[in-house]
Design a protein around this ligand. Structure first.
Ligand SMILES: Nc1ncnc2c1ncn2[C@@H]1O[C@H](COP(=O)(O)OP(=O)(O)O)[C@@H](O)[C@H]1O
Ligand SMILES: [Mg+2]
Length: 252
């Protein structure tokens, strides 16, 4: 079950620094929506407000009609950060279960088995390994599993693949798309990569420099399921060119 996100008049300033202008946004249940925009424009701040990790200066966020704090406390919202942030003294399987074990009382009644998820991302053989025995890409796969293990209807990801090399990064797109086919969720995804946004998204929001606002809301009509093969098509190249045009327009 996915949820919709309703954002009304949401803004954020840090002291005199205006970061996010009053913003209205509706994300339909089950949609994959990416935010792309110049570094420092306020993408992470916006995402953190949606996730209930940052207090807005004005406005509201509703997730399936509830506040982010409520939804997060119920573990119906998963956050996948840029750095995998695995606990070095816990095995891969133990890390995968981490969010389920924190405040067990709140653990969802129905969620995927972390071991099944590890199999889906090709890490069964590493279930008993420790994070330092894994490559960066493998660690980020564990971070994906840890997020998806909640079975949360909303997953928020802030440049989850930014630290990876280009080849690994491309593989992660396929992996994430496949995970979402098995475990549908509404996704808000921040990325610097236009190709990543085009590949994964139903909609791409192009953000202006700080103080940020949405300058373009582009529907990505490419057929699904999508694999990396789609990146070799003309339609994909055209989508990327359109996104790049909006992005360059926003920077002027
Ligand atoms: N906790 C904070 N205190 C003060 N300024 C902040 C804080 N968090 C972010 N900022 C500022 O807000 C702006 C946007 O940051 P951020 O949302 O991280 O941008 P992005 O994710 O788009 O790169 C930056 O100028 C940053 O310095
Ligand atoms: Mg950021």
């Amino acid at each position: 079950m996915s949820v919709g996100v309703e954002i009304r008049g949401l803004s954020k300033s840090f002291g005199a620094l205006d970061v996010v202008r009053p913003l209205d946004l509706d994300v339909e249940p089950g949609a994959f929506v990416s935010l792309v925009g110049p570094s420092g424009c306020g993408k992470s701040t916006l995402l953190r407000m949606v996730a209930g990790l940052e207090v807005p200066s004005s406005g509201s966020v509703r997730i399936g009609g509830r506040s982010p704090a409520e939804v997060r406390a119920e573990k119906r919202l998963a956050v996948v950060p840029q750095q995998p942030g695995l606990l070095p003294w816990r095995t891969v399987a133990q890390n995968a279960r981490l969010l389920l074990e924190v405040n067990r009382r709140r653990s969802p009644a129905h969620h995927p088995d972390p071991l099944d998820l590890l199999a889906e991302v090709g890490l069964t053989d590493f279930a008993d390994a420790y994070p330092h025995e894994l490559s960066g890409g493998m660690q980020q796969r564990v971070a994906l599993v840890r997020g998806f293990a909640l079975g949360a209807p909303l997953v928020v990801m802030d440049e989850p693949f930014a630290a990876l090399d280009e080849i690994t990064r491309t593989e992660m797109r396929d992996l994430l798309a496949r995970l979402l086919e098995q475990h549908p969720a509404t996704v808000l995804f921040v990325t610097h990569s236009i190709a990543e946004a085009a590949h994964l998204s139903d909609r791409v929001l192009v953000m202006a420099p700080r103080p940020t606002s949405v300058v373009a809301d582009v529907a990505i009509a490419l057929p699904r399921p999508r694999t990396t093969a789609i990146e070799d098509t003309l339609a994909f190249t055209e989508v990327c060119a359109e996104l790049r045009r909006h992005l360059h327009g926003a920077m002027r």
